[in-house]
Design a protein around this ligand. Structure first.
Ligand code: NAX
Length: 326
């Protein structure tokens, strides 16, 4: 058996974590041969609820669960963390403007970025799930100058998975037949789910669907899926978000499927003309615990416009919190 790795999860008493933690502890994220120590962070008023979650984790008697840490102190929860899933965030309250939401979260993610900088493993792999995920990841990254910016990522895998299912349904296929899906940009309603590169059973997806469906049905459905779930369920996506977080971390740690790619919000190096330093979702392949942007894709004018619009939104979010960035 391998030595245990440390997996920090914030917002650990929340609804996404209620699905996420049990799957991490059962080996679905890092493999059935990899023991884990869960290091759980919550705000003080939620520590009692967190205790209940930890009791349930114990009651599963997971063979791979080598320990549980519970804390309301980020420097305890992130100590020597090899993986950090930042799920907890401040939700939008009544009367809160978008700017207020950005600022409230900037405070949380600055503090967590600093704590990661100070106490986490130098190779920590960070996934930000809490919204606004891309900008929260940017804030954490900027507050962790001692860590490689490549270690900070934001989750667009749920959008990616939603797009796979929509295309599979439309083409009477299964998700196993769909490859080369891409989500560009922000995890928000400006995201651009790109089918120009996608394939169904090895053939170009755009040969199998009409342009009208693509522009007026597929793109808005994927962009608005989170809101549709809230309307139907009365609560935001939780199990599917946890599933996407598992997929994101598993592929980053263990590698993406040969000949395919996934979507990850990552530190832009300027590829495809996107401003350097934004946390922007790109098509990525992963190998040996590292990601790489898929290069050389042909981008038509339609895609270029959509990629620029979501880039613009990310630049605006960054500018709105610029006064809080180091
Ligand atoms: P919940 O409100 O159920 O849970 C959030 C938990 O975070 C709460 O227990 C809260 O006490 C805790 N928390 C708040 N501030 C904290 C802090 N500073 N440190 C540690 N813990 C803190 O929300 P849940 O449904 O679990 O969603 C969590 C986040 O994921 C939200 O921001 C949500 O918007 C975001 N999502 C992101 C998605 C994505 O694809 N990137 C999709 C799903 C989800 O909407």
């Amino acid at each position: 058996m391998k030595a245990p790795v440390r997996v920090a999860v914030t917002g650990a008493a929340g609804q996404i974590s209620y699905s996420l933690l049990f799957r991490i502890a059962s080996g679905e994220m890092l493999g059935k041969d990899q023991p884990v120590i869960l290091q759980l962070l919550e705000i003080t008023p939620a520590l009692e609820a967190l205790k209940g979650v930890a009791m349930e984790l114990e009651d599963c008697a997971f063979p791979l669960l080598a320990g549980i840490v519970q804390s309301d102190d980020a420097t305890v929860a992130f100590k020597d963390a090899d993986y950090a899933l930042l799920v907890g965030a401040r939700p939008r309250g009544p009367g809160m403007e978008r700017k207020d939401l950005l600022e409230a979260n900037a405070a949380i993610f600055s503090a967590q970025g600093k704590a990661l900088n100070d106490v986490a493993s130098r190779d920590v792999k960070v996934l930000v799930v809490g919204n606004p995920a891309n900008t929260n990841a940017l804030i954490a990254q900027r507050n962790a100058p001692a860590l490689d910016p490549r270690n900070f990522t934001a989750m667009t895998r749920l959008d990616h998975n939603r797009a796979l299912s929509q295309l599979a349904n439309k083409t009477d296929s299964t998700v196993n037949d769909v490859t080369h899906m891409t989500i560009w940009g922000n995890h928000s309603s400006t995201q651009y789910p790109d089918l120009y590169q996608a394939k169904v059973s090895g053939e170009a997806a755009m040969e199998k669907v009409e342009q009208d469906w693509y522009e007026n049905d597929f793109i808005p459905t994927v962009q608005q899926r989170g809101a549709a779930i809230i309307k139907a369920r009365g609560a935001s996506s939780a199990a599917s978000a946890a599933n996407a977080a598992i997929d994101h971390m598993r592929d980053w740690a263990l590698g993406t499927a040969e000949g395919d790619w996934v979507s990850m919000g990552i530190y832009s190096d300027g590829s495809y003309g996107i401003q350097e330093g934004l946390i922007y979702s790109y098509p990525c392949t992963c190998k040996n615990g590292d990601w790489e942007i898929v290069q050389g894709l042909e981008i038509n004018d339609f895609s270029r416009g959509k990629m620029a619009a979501t880039e613009q939104e990310l630049a605006e979010e960054r500018d709105a919190v610029a006064h809080l960035l180091p």
